[in-house]
Design a protein. Structure first.
Length: 203
């Protein structure tokens, strides 16, 4: 099975058929897709003017989308190296099990769903690398009351998410499932109250 870098070379290969280059970019998303596969594809298509179902898109647009994906992957790989170093130090100091704060990392192996968007049509508009930097910075800071990606304050608790975690806070502005450790207890309570108001209005 081809790895990310091998697939990236295929995307850039001007001798390859355009359909194959597009396919290779889609396969890259099986190795690294910060918003989840479909949402990341929709994001890249929107940002680089690619029709999602176009089987022979402009190769320059494909390469630009790949560039954005690679920049975000570099940010994530740098974070994973620091995470691994921290865990080695913690184990050396006798802390064998990661804390609850690292649960989100366990669910995002390889960078898939790091900033998951449960609805593939709703995702941040900023470059992927910027989004990951904001999220990583928030994970290393004190909890806050707003979305770390878009600074939106309208966060709603969802009980029916498509992927693990099966429930949690979702920013209605950018669509990201917000890692709970980056939010204060009051912000989480407010998200649950928002959910309650939505349910009441439906009833």
């Amino acid at each position: 099975m081809a790895g990310f870098r091998s697939l990236a070379r295929q995307v850039r290969d001007p001798r390859s058929d355009l359909a194959l280059r597009r396919y290779s970019l889609r396969k890259c998303l099986e190795r690294f897709a910060p918003y989840g596969h479909r949402a990341t594809w929709n994001h890249l298509c929107a940002r680089h003017g690619i029709e999602p179902d176009d089987r022979a898109p402009d190769p320059a647009r494909l390469v630009a989308a790949l560039d954005e994906l690679e920049q975000a992957r570099a940010v994530w790989l740098a974070y994973e190296r620091k995470f691994a170093e921290r865990r080695r130090r913690e184990k050396h100091d006798g802390l064998r099990r990661p804390g609850a704060f690292d649960d989100w990392h366990r669910r995002t192996w390889g960078g898939n769903g790091v900033a998951r968007c449960d609805d593939p049509s709703v995702h941040p508009t900023s470059p992927l690398a910027d989004v990951l930097r904001r999220l990583i910075a928030a994970l290393g800071a004190e909890p806050g009351a707003v979305c770390p990606v878009c600074a939106g304050s309208r966060i709603v608790w969802r009980q029916d998410l498509e992927h693990e975690p099966w429930c949690g806070p979702v920013c209605t502005g950018c669509g990201v499932v917000v890692p709970q450790p980056v939010l204060t207890d009051e912000a989480l309570r407010a998200a649950r109250r928002m959910r309650g108001r939505e349910l009441a209005s439906v009833a």
